[in-house]
Design a protein around this ligand. Structure first.
Ligand SMILES: [Mn+2]
Length: 478
């Protein structure tokens, strides 16, 4: 035996959340997941990521599945593995800030239905927007003995984002009572040697475990993991090979093999991983054949480093331009994005700031004059309703878009007036559909989509032939 000190790196498997979100628009149904989770449970993964805003939304909207039911089924199957979810700070899994009582209830129900670790991020890295979710998790942990919070740094590039900035934020996250930290590189911007520097700086400022999340889009991600692990990162996010690479994560098997026999050896059994890959491979083929998985997202796109735009934002932008028959403006919009981002305080680009900046950039280009028109969300961002940005905003733009208007400096829930409990009111609004407490939360996040789902569910329960139902218009013969 060598006297090498073992420091096995953990792997969080993303195939049930981010991998299919990145490659097939979050369309993997529960029935594809269930047959393999028994095997996945034997790997010894640090955690399996299985839930988040897009999985929740797509379940209700496109798959006509109850996301809570999916979570309970996964929990049933994963007896030994932690289940992890992604949580948008005060926005929970939705697109607007909620009052603290909704945040608390959502955390409580997520943990009660099977979640172990909640990864919480804010699109501006305004840590005040993270506190309620962290506090809720800590309270549930005290009461139930289960539930951990992981706070994410939404990683981005720009003048303000120095090693000192990240190190300070990590320290604040430790002080706010989180259990671990994630470097959330949603756009795949973190290159290998920068990753080593960043991990080292964070390790010097906090004792919390550090997890690294990135995307393969620009082709450097597995090297980034190698350097980050050497620098001391504790956990890396990977996807089983049929759902890895491209806009998804590095492949689990590849990283396991990379560290085999070193102090970082995961100890995972390659034979089990290979069976899991065998299971997902035909489904991948099916997705490619049906066009659900586009081979376009599977290659290397080094331009993401140039424009710093996350994959999901690019595809939104392309469809917005298509609708306007202005696909030829693609490059103009790409160049406009960094300028708009700078005007509004250089925020990270992640839901919802990515959509807000992206849509405004499209407007600026199509109108032929910058800020001739602004979206309501962009105005709210300038008003401070999403929280504080790291850099000051461009006053000229503010004067053009929201002249003389009130601006806010508090956290998002207060800036948007969500200071009083709102759960009871929401329940009152939707009580005719309520079959479980969780339904109130589904409705709180996605009122229209959830209502459509509730109608569908009721029609099914009343034995209506759903094939005859007019799904498009939301009318179900009862
Ligand atoms: Mn991601």
């Amino acid at each position: 035996m060598s006297n090498q000190v073992k420091k096995p790196v953990g792997i969080m498997e993303t195939v049930l959340r981010d991998a299919h979100q990145s490659l097939i628009a979050t369309r993997m149904p529960t029935e594809i997941m269930l047959p393999i989770i028994d095997k996945m449970d034997k790997v010894g993964y640090h955690a399996v990521e299985c839930w988040g805003g897009a999985t929740f939304d797509a379940s209700l909207r496109f798959l006509k599945e109850d996301p809570w039911e999916r979570l309970r089924k996964l929990r049933d199957g994963f007896k030994n593995t932690d289940l992890q979810m992604l949580f948008r700070g005060q926005n929970i899994l939705g697109y607007r800030p909620y009052a603290d009582d909704v945040v608390y209830k959502f955390v409580e129900k997520s943990i009660a239905n099977g979640i172990d670790v909640i990864r919480i991020f804010d699109c501006l890295n305004d840590i005040r927007n993270l506190q309620a979710a962290v506090d809720a998790t800590n309270e549930i942990k005290k009461l139930e003995g289960r539930g951990k919070s992981q706070v994410a740094l939404s990683y981005t590039l720009g003048d303000a984002y120095t090693l000192e900035y990240w190190a300070k934020m990590a320290k604040q996250i430790e002080e706010m009572g989180a259990d671990s930290i994630c470097i959330k590189d949603m756009a795949g911007l973190l290159v290998p040697y920068k990753a080593a520097e960043l991990v080292k700086a964070l390790k010097e400022s906090t004792k919390l475990p550090i997890q690294l999340h990135t995307h393969y889009t620009s082709g450097v991600a597995s090297m980034t993991y190698l350097k980050a692990v050497e620098a001391g990162v504790d956990v890396i996010d990977c996807a089983i090979s049929p759902f890895a690479l491209g806009t998804s994560q590095p492949a689990t098997e590849v990283m396991v093999e990379t560290f085999r026999g070193t102090e970082y050896d995961t100890g995972y059994d390659q034979a089990i991983l290979s069976e899991i890959a065998d299971y997902f491979r035909p489904y991948r083929e099916e997705c490619i054949e049906s066009g659900l998985m586009s081979t376009k997202v599977l290659g290397v796109n080094i331009k993401t480093l140039l424009y710093q735009v996350p994959g999901g934002m690019l595809s939104n932008m392309v469809s917005q331009l298509k609708e306007q028959h202005a696909e030829d403006k693609y490059n103009d919009v790409l160049e406009e994005i960094p300028r708009v981002r700078k005007d509004c305080g250089e925020p990270p680009l992640v839901t919802p700031s990515s959509q807000i900046v992206g849509t405004q950039a499209v407007f600026n280009v199509l109108m032929g004059e910058r800020y001739k028109m602004a979206t309501g969300e962009f105005k709210d961002l300038l008003r401070g309703k999403y929280g504080q940005t790291v850099k000051p905003m461009n006053e000229e733009v503010i004067n053009k878009v929201i002249p003389g208007e009130e601006r806010f400096t508090s956290r998002s829930a207060e800036a948007t007036g969500h200071t009083e409990p709102e759960l009871a009111g929401i329940e009152e609004e939707m009580k005719e559909w309520k079959q479980q407490e969780e339904d109130v939360l589904s409705y709180a996040l996605f009122p229209q989509v959830a209502t459509e789902f509730f109608k569908y569910r009721q029609a099914q329960q009343e034995q209506v032939d759903v094939n005859k139902a007019d799904v498009k218009n939301g009318a179900y013969p009862v």
